[in-house]
Ligand binder design. Structure first.
Ligand code: ADP
Length: 389
């Protein structure tokens, strides 16, 4: 009986011919696909053999390096490497051939490529090994990052300039407020002297003028002292330790004792956490928030509550009151230096307290904000990162 196997069998010959045809059309289709992918890739692609000879390039590589395909094929890939990096590149390439592992782009290397005209451009390169019937190849995808580097450089320069002008401003605020104090003290004390000596001796208008001048001078002294306090918060070094917020709040409440008594305020607090922070700054923060919560009360006696909630990676503290509240369009403004919503006669103050709070919280890596319903009360919240998730 004839078998259906063996090369001489016509059916099986036909089959293997069919298979071969299929394989070669698959190969052709694959090659077409491969070329299509190479051409469509957004980056330059240079495929190199184990000896470092360029075997395949795509049109983007021709454009990036300024060489035609024919000028590149068969040449050493070091042609595309700046002179200063050639030796290192050859060693690096040899190591890669021995232990080929995919190396993604942007792994922190400051790489440069050399163009035909000798110019050098910053690039990012990813390498992947490819096993083929003709031996191992290395696919390098090269991305021109000139634009991004320029942006990064510009950003770094802008940041440095901003930091410098910030430092200068801080320095200026400190020096100005410090140096203004002395002459102002003199003006105010002489005005007070004038008032004491000449009150009732000149006419009524003169008495009034002197009174206005004393008030203006005294207010200016307060503002300058506060500006100085504000600039000190920014320049003072932070001394971090484990802070028990129960102790901090109790200590601040003890200091506010006379005001609490005077206004008939009730203040309560939850059990508060221990968080790493600067205890002096935290006391200053709570002093400002609690003093405001008591000061800005409406018809009812102040009721104030301090709470803390655990969030992912942070503690969120809140100081809630039942006071006059704040219009929503003023939520941001009140955290700026000298911004107030009331006259001195209504509620005394200089408008620096919340700016200091903001600075303290931000120096600790947190955020501060307010929620409020005018006429019902306000809740000031701030976060302190815990350094863990
Ligand atoms: P100051 O109290 O000296 O004016 P702050 O910077 O502490 O300065 O506050 C800025 C402004 O924010 C205040 O003038 C007030 O209008 C508003 N404010 C602050 N805290 C409260 C509060 N708890 N309730 C209502 N308004 C507040």
């Amino acid at each position: 009986m004839a078998t259906a196997e063996g090369p001489s069998d016509p059916i099986s010959e036909f089959r293997s011919w069919e298979l071969e045809k299929l394989a070669s059309s698959t190969r052709a289709a694959n090659e077409g696909l491969f070329e299509g992918i190479l051409e469509a890739a957004p980056d330059a692609i240079v495929i190199v053999d184990s000896r470092g000879r360029i075997r395949i390039v795509n049109p983007q590589a021709e454009q990036l390096f300024g060489y035609s395909r024919d000028e590149l094929i068969g040449k050493s890939v070091e042609l595309l490497v700046p002179d200063s990096a050639r030796e290192f590149h050859a060693e690096h390439r040899a190591r890669f051939v021995q232990d080929p592992q995919m190396r993604p782009m942007g792994v922190g290397l400051d790489l440069k490529a050399r163009r035909k005209d000798g110019s050098e451009i910053p690039v990012e390169i990813s390498l992947s090994p490819l096993r083929t019937a003709q031996g191992p190849l290395v696919i390098s995808v090269v991305r021109d990052v000139t634009d991004r580097r320029e942006w990064e450089d510009m950003l770094a320069q802008r940041t440095a300039e901003l930091e410098q002008s910030n430092d200068e401003l801080q320095q200026f605020a400190y020096v100005a407020s410090h140096d203004l104090q002395e002459p102002l003290r003199m003006v105010v004390s002489f005005l007070q002297l004038l008032k004491r000596r000449y009150a009732g001796k000149l006419d009524q208008e003169a008495d009034e003028y002197i009174q206005f001048a004393v008030e203006g001078g005294t207010r200016m002294q307060l503002l300058i002292e506060d500006l100085l306090r504000y600039s000190r918060v920014g320049s003072r070094e932070l001394f971090l330790s484990e802070v028990d917020f129960n102790e901090i709040v109790d200590q601040v409440l003890a200091e506010l004792g006379p005001t609490i008594e005077e206004t008939g305020a009730t203040v309560s607090r939850a059990v508060l956490p221990v968080v790493v922070a600067d205890p002096v700054e935290m006391a200053r923060l709570f002093q400002n928030l609690l003093a405001n919560a008591i000061k800005y009360y409406g018809e009812e006696a102040p009721r104030v509550r301090v709470d803390a909630d655990r969030l992912a990676g942070a503690w969120a503290f809140s100081v809630r009151d039942n006071g006059i509240g704040i219009p929503p369009d003023q939520f941001d403004r009140i955290f700026r230096v000298f911004q107030r919503l009331h006259s001195q006669a209504e509620y005394p103050g200089t408008g620096i307290g919340l700016a200091i709070c903001k600075r303290i919280v931000e120096r600790h890596g947190g955020r501060i904000w307010v929620d409020s319903i005018p006429g019902k009360g306000s809740t000031f919240r701030f976060t302190l990162p815990t350094g863990e998730d």
